[in-house]
Design a protein around this ligand. Sequence first.
Ligand code: ZN
Length: 254
Amino acid sequence: MFIDTHCHLNFDQFKMDLDDELSKAHSVGVKKFLVPSVCSVVWEDLISWQLAYESKGISIALGVHPWWASEEQCQQLNYLEELLSYKSAIALGEIGLDGLKDNYEIQCDLFEKQLGIAKNLNLPVTVHSVKAHSDVVSHLKKVKGVTGVIHGFSGSYEQAQLFVDLGFKIGVGGTITFDRAKKTKDAISRLDVNSLVLETDAPAMPLQHHRTQRNSPIYIPEVFNALLSIRDESEDYLKKMLLENSFEVFPGLA
Ligand SMILES: [Zn+2]
């Protein structure tokens, strides 16, 4: 079995054929999915949607994505904590920092506060870190004791290892299917096998051979094969470790 530890299956791109896509995913061995939210507007819908799809292996994370960071979203954090304490979600996310966006200051504020909530509730986090690895590391060091996944990681071995040293796992996605992603592939090939989990970030981050298509959890086996090709472990052992790692970092998936 494979787990897609980060996919946005509640997005409109899947509205027409989600049931079909889930059946296809199940048939290629992808049986569990962690679906994060992007802002407060979708939290309640996501909770009821998850209940309808629970039997198909869907779990959710609640949080505010850095692209949606705003004063208004900061005011929703008490409500976020309340919703999370009902145990409807198994993680906090997607949270983090994106250095390519101009709302960076409010992103930092929101990230710090959400890490605080994760710590209070003892929940793992799924983190978006784009052009911001060193700031993300500083925030994680400040809050101490929160773990989770740096999702869709791209960067150097040294950067990845800083996250691993803080107890984080590294989300391996479609990036490693690209010939040009030399630095990220080098990083992923050298990390301890205990620190890796699979994801797609569907419908975003398509694989090299599906560049023009919507990304989907059905491509997880292709991400796995790309990973296998740059690792020394046997196929069975790598599969087993990826599964164990996913359950370790997100116990609610088990
Ligand atoms: Zn995402």
